[in-house]
Design a protein around this ligand. Structure first.
Ligand code: PMP
Length: 446
């Protein structure tokens, strides 16, 4: 009998588990196996991360091989080939000009590292006045103090005090009244980006702002898409005022939109890209900040001689196992043409998603590439109950893994999903929305 007395589960209402949580014990391709032997179709690529499907043999083998060859090596004032190879592999996918990689262990660290690079970059070139950071409401940038400060989720901030000083937030561009059921990018709302310039001029001296950070597509707070032209405007305003633009592509990276990065899909190149998750197909934790070459070169040319140019790093930066996993993963993405496959499957996914329009509770459906958000107009049950209370058990029993955030169902399947599995996924959601009338006991629901 498994002892469940000691593991404190993250982002979990731990008290709702009477005996033990839902338990996954194995994974392969598009499926998880539960401890009672059932197959669960993975509609969320784990947590938006297993893009090549689970337990890909080439990735598994690369990790196994590396674990037997060299388990760990420091990278402070020395190195190992795997980290350099992983950086080169990552740069081979990145937009032109983003050539330098700073490795971390996850998305939160990658966000904090990118923010630090931005602040230190301005200082090293003698512009230390630039200390402000601008994020957006409803942004998720991980759980480090930098990430929760620039992020825009009340729950992530209100329990922990003020985090970083000098941070401002733009409004998010979701506008259901105008853009409900838009397919692909919403038509209305590019002017929301003008708020950045208005804030700069009205509230801050623009010369005090170091960086703006955005998720090109806000994923975990409910799939909020940038209206057509919005990101272009943000880029132009940052350029006008000498502010660095950081794209947090922890979710949009590695083929989610049918392109290597969201930057490619949107045709907007930021100064830094933050990524994680799909970088190693989520097999070994790893994150990265991919940095414009001349930002890196500025550190090299302007930092005082015989000093460490950027005083930052982690014991596990460029960990050999994670690096080996990244090289193998990127090779799989390329050799199996998974990004192209995602792009080719996107229209079918879109059609299936929008087939739910008109069903009970469905207030909006938003999609791009292989990501989709289904916003519900409340859920059955007592006031204050959210989708995860009500629907998660039903989906679990139906054999599909979905993600809920607020009253939004989010889907982001592995890029290897087949048409029949798309049918199964949306079919299950449709069935549950049509039949879910009663409120399960909350303890039972978990
Ligand atoms: N940024 C974004 C956009 C994310 O979606 C996430 C995780 N969902 C993070 C950062 C944090 O990544 P991690 O959980 O690996 O720290």
């Amino acid at each position: 009998m498994l002892n469940t007395d000691h593991f404190w589960m993250p982002f979990t209402a731990n008290r709702q588990f009477k005996s033990k949580p839902r338990m996954l014990v194995a994974a392969s391709g598009m499926h998880y196996t539960t401890d009672d032997g059932r197959q669960i179709l993975d509609g969320t690529a784990g947590l938006w991360c297993s893009n090549a499907g689970h337990c890909h043999p080439k990735i598994t083998e690369a990790i196994r091989h590396q674990a037997g060859k060299m388990d760990f090596a420091p990278v402070f004032q020395m190195g190992h080939p795997q980290a350099f190879e992983a950086a080169s592999a990552l740069v081979s996918l990145a937009p032109e000009g983003l050539n330098r990689v700073f490795f971390c262990n996850d998305g939160s660290e990658a966000v904090d590292s990118a923010l630090k690079i931005a602040l230190a970059y301005h200082r090293v070139r003698g512009d230390g006045m630039r200390h402000r950071l601008i994020g957006r409401e409803r942004a998720y940038h991980g759980v480090g103090f930098g990430g929760i400060a620039v992020g825009g989720i009340a729950g992530n901030r209100k329990h922990f005090g003020p985090a970083l000083p000098g941070v401002d937030h733009l409004r998010h561009p979701l506008n259901i009244a105008k853009n409900a059921f838009s397919k692909g990018l919403p038509e209305h709302g590019a002017e929301m980006a003008d708020e950045l310039e208005q804030r700069l001029l009205a509230l801050h001296d623009p010369a005090t702002v170091a960086a703006v950070i955005v998720e090109p597509l806000q994923g975990s707070t409910g799939v909020i898409l940038p209206p057509k032209g919005y990101l272009q405007k943000i880029r132009a305003i940052c350029d006008k005022y000498g502010i660095l633009l950081i794209f947090d592509e922890v979710i949009t990276g590695f083929g989610r939109l049918g392109t290597p990065f969201g930057a490619d899909y949107f045709g907007v190149v930021p100064d830094m890209i933050v990524c994680a998750k799909g970088l190693t197909n989520a097999t070994v934790p790893m994150g990265a900040a991919i940095v414009r070459q001349d930002i890196h070169d500025t550190f090299m040319s302007m930092a005082p001689e015989n000093t460490i140019e950027f005083f930052h790093g982690y014991t596990y930066t460029g960990h050999p196992l994670a690096s080996a996993a990244a090289v193998a993963t990127i090779d799989v993405y390329k050799s199996e043409h998974l990004f192209e496959r995602a792009a080719a499957m996107a229209p079918y996914f879109e059609q299936a998603a929008h087939s739910l329009r008109g069903l009970p509770y469905v207030k909006d459906i938003r999609n791009l590439g292989l990501v989709c958000g289904i916003e519900l107009d409340g859920v059955p049950g007592k006031p204050g109950m959210r989708a995860f209370d009500v629907f998660l058990k039903a989906f679990w029993e139906k054999g599909v893994l979905i993600r809920t955030t607020g009253d939004i169902i989010a889907l982001s399947p592995p890029l290897i999903i087949e048409k029949s599995q798309i049918d199964q996924l949306f079919g299950a959601i449709g069935d549950i929305l049509k039949t879910q009338k009663t409120v399960p006991d909350v303890e039972e629901a978990m």
